[in-house]
Design a protein. Structure first.
Length: 328
């Protein structure tokens, strides 16, 4: 269900030129759907006597694992106070010469619903530091149903830096954000499969935004979101580990789109100049009017990087108004 257009006007007078912003907001009636959620509690069937990947077979706990490194469940007081049981990965060294240990809960969402194309993953996490002076990496990895990794968020426990890698790039990119050991954080990953973009935050700090989920040739769906321990030196793994809780994956409807914002930059080489800020890679039309009754489209462009500038080559001396709208 769509609401009536919401008009937002921002006026700036400069040599008799007024800038009018007309912004349309749409809301959708589709409800959010929880694809999977767990607190790792006994009431859900979780037993701390088993690893997370080897929990007793129940319908609510189809977790899987790969690798021989430590993983399992913690109980108080060795975990988040007041949160009951938590899961963890790390601490116990692999029993074979391998670097990686993964645990994941299969989602296998081969068809992304058109009504709820935004998949959001949230989790509480904490990196417990090593006592043996060896430091490793801990990751969250999103894979498609073909088991191809689409994106990875990596918490590097030596530098305390956070990196990411995604489909189409070969090296980890720094987010510019660091974390502290033994501190609980709220991690949020939002993937818009309709727009093929994702963003991530840690306690509200932006890690990455407007990153592509998959290249055109890559299957774009959701297989799982895995927790991973990556040992840096096989011969000397750290006894560090990642604790996590409140693991949840939710399908969300597209909310009201961020409306475009027009800003008057003044005259540049005799031409009145506007800057439009909007959604990355979306197309916007700029319209002009002298009486606010009739509007003429005078420019259309793609907001590469989320913005573009427009120069009106024929601004008359009379007051004019400009507005922007997104177009298909």
């Amino acid at each position: 269900m769509k609401t009536a257009p919401n008009m937002h006007i921002k006026e700036m007078r400069m040599t008799s030129v007024a800038v009018l912003l007309s912004l349309l907001l749409a809301s959708h009636a589709a409800a959010a759907a929880v694809l999977f959620t767990t607190q790792f509690e006994p009431a859900e069937g979780y037993n701390p006597q088993f690893t997370l990947a080897e929990q007793p077979a129940t319908a609510s706990i189809p977790w899987k694992g790969l690798g021989t490194g430590g993983n399992g469940l913690l109980t108080e007081p060795n975990a988040f106070p007041g949160f009951g049981q938590q899961a963890y990965v790390g601490f116990f060294p692999p029993t074979t010469q391998e670097r990686d240990t993964f645990v994941w809960r299969p989602i296998n969402l081969a068809t992304i619903p058109t009504e709820t194309p935004i998949i959001q993953f949230t989790v509480l996490l904490e990196i417990v530091d090593s006592t043996n002076r060896h430091f490793d990496e801990f990751q969250w990895i999103v894979s498609n149903t073909a088991e191809r990794p689409l994106l990875t968020i990596s918490l590097e426990n030596n530098s305390r830096e956070i990196f990411f890698i995604r489909d189409g790039i070969d090296t980890f990119q720094s987010t510019g954000v660091k974390f502290e050991n033994n501190v609980r954080y709220a991690f949020e990953l939002t993937m818009n499969f309709a727009e093929n973009t994702w963003s991530a935050k840690l306690d509200g700090a932006l890690l990455a935004s407007a990153q592509p989920i998959a290249l055109p040739a890559t299957l774009r769906d959701l297989g799982d979101v895995a927790a991973a321990w990556v040992v840096k030196e096989i011969a000397t793994p750290g006894d560090n580990f990642m604790v996590f809780d409140s693991y949840e994956i939710t399908a969300l409807p597209v909310g009201p789109e961020i409306p475009p914002v027009l800003t008057a930059l003044g005259f540049v080489n005799g031409q009145f100049t506007l800057r439009l800020q909007g959604v990355n890679s979306k197309t916007y039309a700029i319209e002009r009017s002298t009486g606010l009754q009739e509007w003429d489209e005078i420019w259309r462009d793609v907001a590469a990087g989320g913005a573009f500038e427009f120069r009106d080559p024929d601004p008359s001396g009379a007051q004019r108004a400009y507005r922007a709208r997104r177009v298909p």
